[in-house]
Write a protein that binds this ligand. Structure first.
Ligand code: SF4
Ligand code: SF4
Length: 687
């Protein structure tokens, strides 16, 4: 058996004691820092939904190890993946160097096997790939300087330490190779090149060089490990658990507050940072400050004070600064910070600005949530402080008294359907699907036209439908997202009672907000229905041949994806399938469409608030849509219709129209495909 001189023998052994002491200090430092952070996390609320572990582990493979979301931007994605994967590869090498220092003469037991050879080759190649990654990072920070990056010394410290780890590794192996130490060096081509540079250097000098590189490597490792918890690179520790424990529920579903069992001492919503859940606190520690959330946020784009990354950083810094108040002496109860979140730490304008569009969350490579955190702060302001924008008050009152935020009579809710022959569910007849009209579909003029159009389409296809009429109330979507959980729960309970008493199994609705709430939030109130959006229903009818769109509509238009249909409920195709089925209609896509579509500004209850700061979101969105080359805009949400239509008028875009996809489909319905209604009449639609 050939004798291999071990790395340890090349290292020498006079300073083992110092290394042992240094290692103990480094490990103790990391353990203390992590225990402090863990104690802070555990000060958060406990109600976090877990389970579905197979799915969670798959997510770790895809999003943590596979870095999938990082590749949404190719160059930074490659840069990060090279550094990250190299880091994983080098973790084995670094640990082996630590053990080598503690037990001189030790080396990886499999080093002289094919597995070891493969590892050495991988490690050597990755030393170069990581340095390429660092070169790309340096280039971006010094030359291209993307707007979304924060330029802090922190990044340079980390890049410097990672470079030191890589360079010291190949220099150490190069010194061993140059010094004639036997080993499987055929598998370390990069180190072999470095070793060649040392030809002619004395073995003694190369032993000293090896020892120096070894100390630099482990010194950098220990500094790195201890520095991370105090830097934005804490995500090196937290990203694995954050991806593993990411929310897996429906993205549009907000957690139900247990209003019946509120303990006297506990706050409603998030008043203090410790009112957030431990997972929301873990989010704060996981943010890399990459700014991907920020460049897509409609409020940031329109120069409002809500900048998602800054919100997270402010909360994280506040959590750290509150450690003294939260973590009392051992044995004492955990404390609560004195500072309120909204007002003391976060400008309330930030809290109210969010449209809950969730683009920030979809962009974040580490699954950091925003909407739940922001709504928790709104809940505290509304339920505990009665402190909310004045414009929300009439909308709240309207929902409470009249069952709609327009404050119009609930008795007239079904008036839009007069003469259309739509039976009421309360009449007890048999129906296949309930048309949930929604407030906009009942009271807003354009919304009413869309409701009438859907009725025309469903009747033409012979679908047996019914509606609730005056029995229907607002779903409470806007109330909930504006923080008025109490009002939402009252509305939800009343609606579920009505729907269940009418034997409703399947619902179709034109409003994506109603769709989201009925499908994903009402199950928490014993309301379980199959819910489809109007565009999904109609697209199916067209695909199956039950509806024929034969009338030609000669026009160019673009389509605006509503956040609550697209990003939140991942329905991008159904409205497009309808538009593409209409003869003569040319759909022109805007660059920011589908997953990249920006909000119109109405979500999160913002429909009912004034937009006093920055540019107007709806106007910014319409300008984006105009990049398609079309001025007319098709929508699939009554609130988008209002926002986009208003912006077209405000911007003075001559002749531009906003029209719902359902209305267009009804216009394209050829007379031959229109079936008479049950009572023999053909519906008349004002579209
Ligand atoms: S949900 Fe939308 S508006 Fe709110 S912070 Fe995220 S990107 Fe901005
Ligand atoms: S929240 Fe996510 S996307 Fe935003 S800065 Fe932090 S890591 Fe980046």
């Amino acid at each position: 058996m050939p004798h291999h001189a071990t790395a340890g023998s090349f290292l020498g052994g006079s300073d083992t004691l110092w290394f042992v002491l240094l290692t103990i200090a480094a490990v103790a430092g990391v353990a203390w820092s992590l225990s402090q952070k863990l104690s802070l996390l555990l000060a958060g609320r406990k109600d976090v939904e877990l389970g579905r572990w197979n799915e969670r582990l798959r997510g770790v493979l895809v999003f943590f190890l596979g870095q999938r979301r990082m590749f949404l931007e190719p160059l930074p994605g490659i840069m990060h993946a090279l550094i990250f994967w190299g880091f994983l590869v080098f973790s084995i090498r670094s640990v082996s160097m630590v053990v080598e220092g503690l037990t001189r003469g030790w080396e990886l037991p499999f080093l002289h096997t094919p597995v070891g050879h493969a590892y050495l080759l991988t490690k050597d190649v990755f030393a170069v790939l990581v340095l390429i990654g660092i070169a790309i990072a340096t280039w971006r920070r010094l030359v291209t300087r993307p707007e979304r990056l924060e330029y802090s010394a922190d990044a340079w410290v980390i890049l410097g330490l990672i470079s030191a780890l890589m360079v010291s590794d190949v220099v150490a192996d190069g010194a061993r190779i140059g010094g004639g130490a036997p080993g499987p060096w055929a598998w370390t081509p990069v180190s072999a090149v470095v070793g060649g540079w040392f030809a002619g250097t004395s073995v003694g000098a190369l032993r000293t060089l090896y020892a120096a590189a070894w100390w630099v490597h482990l010194g950098a490792l220990y500094v790195f490990a201890n520095y991370l918890p105090y830097s934005k690179h804490f995500h090196v520790y937290t990203s694995l658990p954050n991806v593993l424990l990411r929310p897996l529920g429906e993205p549009g579903r907000l957690a139900k507050m247990d209003l019946e069992n509120i303990e006297e001492a506990s706050a409603l919503g998030a008043g203090k940072v410790t009112d957030l859940t431990w997972k929301q606190l873990l989010d704060l520690y996981t943010c890399t400050e990459c700014g991907r959330c920020t460049v897509v946020c409609p409020t940031t784009i329109t120069k409002k004070p809500l900048i998602p990354r800054n919100l997270t950083i402010s909360l994280r810094d506040h959590l750290n600064a509150s450690a003294g108040e939260i973590l009392r002496a051992p044995g004492e109860a955990r404390g609560t910070p004195t500072r309120e979140l909204a007002g003391d730490v976060i400008d309330p304008e930030v809290v109210w600005a969010c449209t809950t569009c969730r683009w920030c969350e979809e962009s974040c490579p580490l699954f950091i949530s925003y909407v739940d955190r922001i709504v928790e702060m709104r809940r505290h302001l509304v339920l505990e402080k009665a402190d909310f924008p004045a414009e929300a008050e009439p909308a709240f009152r309207g929902m409470e008294v009249n069952g709609n935020p327009w404050q119009l009579s609930g008795e007239t809710r079904g008036d839009w359907a007069k003469g259309l022959g739509v039976p009421l569910a309360s009449e007890g007849g048999d129906f296949e699907v309930l048309f949930w009209v929604g407030c906009a579909g009942s009271y807003d003029d354009a919304g009413k036209r869309t409701s009438q159009a859907l009725v025309k389409l469903l009747q033409a296809a012979g679908v047996r439908l019914a509606m609730l009429g005056a029995e229907e109330r607002c779903t409470g979507d806007a109330a909930r997202r504006l923080g008025n959980e109490y009002l939402f729960q009252v509305l939800a309970a009343a609606n579920v009672e009505t729907l269940n008493s009418r034997g409703v199994k399947k619902i179709v609705t034109n409003c994506p907000h109603c769709f989201n709430t009925l499908a994903h939030e009402y199950p928490d109130f014993a309301g379980n229905y199959k819910v489809v959006h109007g565009t999904q229903f109609v697209a199916e009818l067209v695909a199956s041949g039950r509806l024929k769109l034969t009338a030609e509509l000669r026009r160019d238009l673009t389509y605006h994806d509503p956040c609550y249909l697209g990003r939140t409920n991942r329905e991008y195709d159904a409205p497009r399938r309808i538009l593409e089925a209409i003869p003569g209609l040319a759909l022109k896509e805007a660059p920011l469409s589908r997953e990249k579509a920006m909000c119109c500004g109405a979500g999160g209850g913002r429909m009912w608030l004034e937009e006093k700061l920055g540019d107007r979101i709806n106007q910014t969105r319409v300008r984006q849509l105009q990049e398609s080359g079309a001025n007319d805009v098709a929508v699939a949400c009554p609130f988008c219709a209002v926002m986009v239509g208003n912006a077209q008028k405000e911007l003075g875009i001559e002749g531009a129209q906003t029209v719902d996809v359902i209305t267009l489909a009804a216009q394209a319905l050829g007379e031959d495909s229109s079936q008479p209604t049950a009572d023999g009449r053909r519906p008349k639609v004002d579209s």
